[in-house]
Ligand binder design. Structure first.
Ligand code: ATP
Length: 334
């Protein structure tokens, strides 16, 4: 990726190659609170290549938003360095808005504008000539299925509609790096698909790099080239979804749904219960494929059919990687 005219005049970091769209080294961020310090980021290193869709995955409070707020220049790291397209963003925070478009988790800034005005105004603020901004806004609204809402005030829209309008505004003005904090939360399936298609198009047609914060592991697996899993302020795994899942060998996930309580004194049930993550009548057991097959053979042989409602056997997901690494079983699989 080449540096654009947007960043001309700002010195690149010494020795930092523009082969990375984004590099973070040793990022530390601590919040001082009345109850003591909270180390939200505890020495984070990341390298994201141009054109990658890179995911940050982790449970509530893992430090994802703190990290991205530093990456987009809204929060100053206590220690560490960030380079965006080879530019030292820690030393030159003023350059960041010209490189990055950021979709925060909550965005109320545009509430008084109509959807079309918000997208058009953002495009103009990002340097698109007024004569072209209307056309760009119209194209974005069409791309995201927002045309019927073009003249509605954002503050009066439903949560999902507002989120989609905020995505449209983020995409206006064509920044080379997009940082999206849970872009599809609250969106219906059609809108979700439109967002992912738009993100993918920015990558393939404009070479954009995308940093995506998400809780949704299923969605993440389908769109991400690479992922970092955060837990308690640290990166506990980093790689392609396939490579991370391959570290689990022949592990599988067995999901059992019980219609009624299974017999407690049965040795198989005792073993499964000890290994399971239990949510009401749903048990999730992570084990070898051989153990899962043996358990299923017994469970479906007759004795348990009165109490077993349903089962699924699945190959590992990113959530399984996360759990295997010691993370809590709290990611979203909806
Ligand atoms: N302004 C703040 N003041 C004090 N503590 C904060 C502040 N913002 C975040 N924290 C704390 O820092 C930690 C990391 O929070 P952060 O919002 O970065 O996590 P997250 O991974 O984005 O979580 P979520 O998935 O819930 O959005 C948490 O323990 C949180 O309570």
């Amino acid at each position: 990726m080449t540096r654009t005219a947007l960043t001309a005049g700002i010195p690149a970091t010494a020795g930092t190659s523009v082969t990375q769209a984004l590099e973070a080294r040793g990022l530390v961020k601590t919040y001082r609170t009345r109850h003591g310090p909270i180390i939200a980021n505890d020495g984070i290193d990341l390298s994201i290549r141009p054109g990658q869709i890179f995911g940050l995955l982790g449970p509530n409070g893992a430090g994802k938003t703190t990290l991205v707020r530093q990456l987009v220049g809204l929060l100053r790291p206590d220690a560490g360095h960030i380079a965006l397209l080879g530019i030292d963003a820690t030393a030159h925070p003023e350059a960041v808005p010209r490189i990055v478009a950021y979709l925060p988790q909550q965005d109320t800034a545009l509430a008084d504008l109509t959807v079309a005005q918000a997208v058009r105004t953002t495009a103009v603020l990002r340097g698109i000539p007024r004569s072209a901004a209307g056309g760009e806004a119209a194209a974005l609204l069409a791309e995201l299925g927002l045309e019927p809402l073009a003249d509605r005030r954002i503050g009066k829209l439903s949560g999902g509609q507002r989120r989609l309008a905020a995505v449209a505004a983020t995409l206006a003005g064509r920044r080379p790096i997009l940082v999206l904090d849970e872009p599809t939360t609250g969106l219906d399936p059609t809108a979700r698909r439109a967002v992912w298609a738009a993100v993918e198009r920015r990558r393939t047609e404009a070479g954009c790099t995308v940093v995506l914060v998400t809780h949704n592991v299923l969605e993440a697996e389908t769109v991400l080239d690479s992922v970092a899993i955060l837990d308690q302020g640290r990166v506990i795994a980093n790689g392609t979804p396939g490579a991370l899942k391959a570290t689990l060998g022949d592990a599988v996930r067995l999901e059992l749904a019980w219609r009624a309580d299974p017999p407690e004194d049965d040795p198989l049930i005792r073993r499964l219960r000890a290994a399971a993550a239990i949510r009401g009548r749903r048990w999730t057991v992570r084990c070898s494929s051989e153990e899962a097959r043996a358990a299923l053979a017994q469970l479906t042989s007759g004795d348990f059919l009165d109490v077993l409602d349903d089962f699924t056997l699945a190959t590992p997901s990113l959530e399984d990687v996360y759990v295997a690494l010691g993370g809590r079983d709290r990611l979203d699989r909806e």
